[in-house]
Design a protein around this ligand. Structure first.
Ligand code: NAD
Length: 261
């Protein structure tokens, strides 16, 4: 339990990859702050389950991270409960698939606000405590789309490329404080986010569900397998250990070989 006494805040952790991070950190004894939307009873079950795993505390903060005042409120709640955040995982993200000339302006604004701007706000608010503690881990769930593009995902690709640049900048600024900042860049992980974009992709490309899965999603993934959320979470745990103290400003791909091609 090498994270006992540490606090991890994971944005967008009521589902998918975020929930896998929360479980992995809890299994190492960390207090966790989970965030995101969903059914209240299901979230409470997950929250209580995290406490059972860690033997520590788990706090649910349901703020909407597209809004700066709500991000500030979430970070304040974490500071009140735990004194600050030691491990910050910026994971909340949404997707929208449409040709650029038809891309809904409100969807563009939402994706930039959540997938990019929210990470700036949580990071700026987390760093003072990390600097004081002389230890911190900032981990972004970026994406293969932080390295390469795909058609019809202009806002997402823009946000993820921005997140990668932001992370490198932060890594340089905090390098002498025992704080590292890195991106983890998954290929396709089977989560509600991926499942949810299948209908729009079917429409945008005129394909069946099976064609989208095999010819679009897994087309670029040479292993022809989805990444699992647990595999992504295992990398985050590794980044928290001493062995990773010199890994900073990196963008770690877990994409079945997608971006090697
Ligand atoms: P998901 O849809 O399962 O989870 C998204 C989480 O974000 C949920 O907890 C949701 O409630 C939360 N959320 C949504 N809007 C929010 C808001 N306004 N404020 C706060 N929380 C909000 O998705 P996932 O696939 O687990 O994706 C998590 C991250 O991983 C995203 O950043 C995504 O871009 C990235 N990613 C996913 C894949 C993939 O294939 N699934 C691949 C690469 C990167």
């Amino acid at each position: 339990m090498f994270l006992k006494g540490k606090t991890a805040l994971i944005t967008g952790s009521t589902s998918g990859i975020g929930l896998a991070y929360a479980k992995a950190f809890a299994a190492e004894g960390a207090n966790v702050v989970i965030n995101g939307f969903g059914d209240a009873a299901a979230i409470e079950t997950e929250r209580a389950g995290l406490e059972a795993i860690s033997g520590g505390k788990a706090l649910y903060s349901g703020h909407d991270l597209t809004k700066v005042d709500q991000i500030e409120a979430m970070m304040a709640e974490a500071a009140t409960a735990f004194g600050g955040v030691d491990i910050l995982v910026n994971n909340a993200g949404v997707q929208h698939v449409a040709p650029v000339e038809e891309f809904p302006v409100d969807k563009w604004d939402l994706i930039i606000a959540l997938n990019l701007n929210a990470a700036f706000h949580t990071t700026r608010l987390a760093i003072p405590h990390m600097k004081q503690a002389k230890w911190g881990r900032i981990i972004q769930t970026a994406s293969a789309h932080s390295l390469v593009a795909s058609p019809f995902k202009s806002a997402y690709v823009t946000a993820k490329h921005g997140l990668a640049g932001f992370t490198k900048t932060v890594a340089l600024e905090v390098a002498t404080f025992g704080i590292t900042a890195n991106c983890i860049s998954p290929g396709y992980v089977w989560t509600p986010l991926v499942e949810g974009q299948i209908p729009d992709t079917m429409k945008a490309r005129g394909m069946t569900r099976e064609q989208v899965i095999n010819d679009v999603l897994l087309a670029g993934q040479p292993t022809k397998e989805f990444v699992t959320a647990e595999q992504v979470a295992a990398i985050a745990l590794f980044l928290c250990g001493d062995a990773a103290s010199q890994i900073t400003g990196s963008n770690l791909s877990v994409d079945g070989g997608w971006t090697a091609g």
